[in-house]
Design a protein around this ligand. Structure first.
Ligand code: GLA
Length: 380
């Protein structure tokens, strides 16, 4: 990929650029907890975005996407927002850097990626983090790593219409080879956990479906959680985020909020605790508990949070049937992948069955990705 990017950069701009890279992410557990001030437990993976970049001495940004085989050119003022979605991510990162007092001037860039799109592996966070990191380095802005992650998150909020939490961009910026990171999304305290489950594999099964309107459904889930938190806050003013609430406090307001909001909140409160339970279990090498928590998360995401779909429920059920230790829908939902913790000796049989039975039912094969936990944003 490096070579292709540099060749294209040379062909377009007559020289080579400086190379930067960033990563997609997985999340072991802690889904839809980030914007509720709870815990998440992600790690960066060995696929991501790579870009060659060089300042061009003009007021314009000229970018070429190798994957879309398209170029975009835009200025750096608020009204210069480009039409193409992929270019908006880069534009957003430039604008959010400038809004934070950073310097950004015109530059040339060529980029490519190998994060599967729409699989819930945060290709967009990888793109944002790659450019946020690179611009910070090139223009010597000295913005700290958390703020780089927030630049990506604000890009989603302000230029892409998704009111996401901080997890994806955090993992993409802070990711470290061989380690998962538990992040408290309220205090932003984090801890690296070496993750080398002996005798197990972590594998993603991509349903290759992406249901429409995922971003508006996502924003709706967030609004339900905020509504539930606001109701609880009336009785318990210390509740800043839903994750601060005790389960019994939610019961107190059951009649005051729509049933749907109640169910969403019930899921979130349970999920925050499950992340802590999984971290404890990992410290004892107790993978059975880790796996059981993953199944509980799937149940919650499917029945209470309602972000699963037929294809993902099918894969989850099959995993259970085949004695896979843990399995659940990963990421925002509405399609994408399940993440599976599977004993090495069961791996081949499970993958073969998943491919065959999924294809027989849905008419297309799923894709399989073995998870390799890797480094996040960096200069190459
Ligand atoms: C998406 C968002 C994240 C997070 C997950 C669900 O990936 O970008 O902030 O909310 O969904 O856990």
């Amino acid at each position: 990929m490096k070579q292709k990017i540099q060749e294209k950069f040379k062909a377009l701009f007559g020289e080579e650029g400086v190379l930067y890279a960033s990563a997609g992410r997985i999340n072991l557990i802690g889904e839809h907890t980030d914007y509720n001030g709870g815990y998440v437990f992600p790690g960066a993976i060995d696929c991501g975005i790579m870009a060659a970049i060089k300042v061009n001495g003009t007021p314009k940004v000229k970018v070429f996407s190798l994957d879309y085989n398209e170029s975009a050119e835009f200025g750096l003022n608020e009204e210069d927002v480009p039409d193409k979605q992929w270019a908006r991510y880069i534009f957003g990162v430039c604008r959010e850097t400038i809004k934070r007092g950073g310097k950004v001037e015109g530059f040339n860039a060529v980029f490519a990626g190998d994060v599967p799109l729409g699989a819930g592996l945060s290709s967009s966070a990888a793109l944002e983090s790659c450019f946020a990191f690179a611009l910070n380095d090139i223009f010597g802005n000295g913005i700290d790593k958390f703020e780089l992650a927030k630049i990506g998150q604000s890009t989603e909020h302000n230029y892409c219409g998704v009111k996401c939490g901080i997890m994806d961009q955090f993992a993409s910026v802070f990711g470290k080879e061989g380690a998962l990171i538990r992040l408290n999304c309220k205090t932003l305290e984090y801890k690296y956990f070496p993750f080398h489950p002996k005798g197990y594999k972590l594998v993603l099964i991509d349903s290759c479906v992406k249901h429409e309107l995922a971003s508006s459904a996502y924003n709706k889930r967030r609004a339900s959680c905020e509504n539930a938190a606001a109701a609880i806050r009336k009785n318990h003013p210390e509740v800043e985020f839903l994750s601060d609430a005790k389960r019994v406090w939610l019961d107190e307001v059951r009649e005051q909020i729509p049933e749907e909001d109640f169910l969403r909140a019930e899921y979130v409160i349970g999920e925050v605790q499950r992340v802590l339970d999984v971290c404890d279990a990992l410290e004892r090498d107790d993978y059975e508990t880790v796996g059981e928590m993953m199944y509980q998360t799937h149940f919650g995401l499917s029945r209470l949070y309602e972000v699963s779909c037929e294809e993902l429920d099918f894969l989850n059920k099959l995993a259970r049937k085949m004695d896979v230790t843990g399995s659940r829908v990963m990421g925002g939902g509405f399609g994408g992948c399940t993440i599976n913790l599977v004993k090495e000796e069961l791996y081949d049989g499970f993958i073969a069955a998943a491919k065959e039975q999924f294809a027989a039912k849905f008419g297309h094969a799923p894709k399989i990705y073995d998870v390799v936990i890797s480094d996040g944003a960096r200069k190459l």
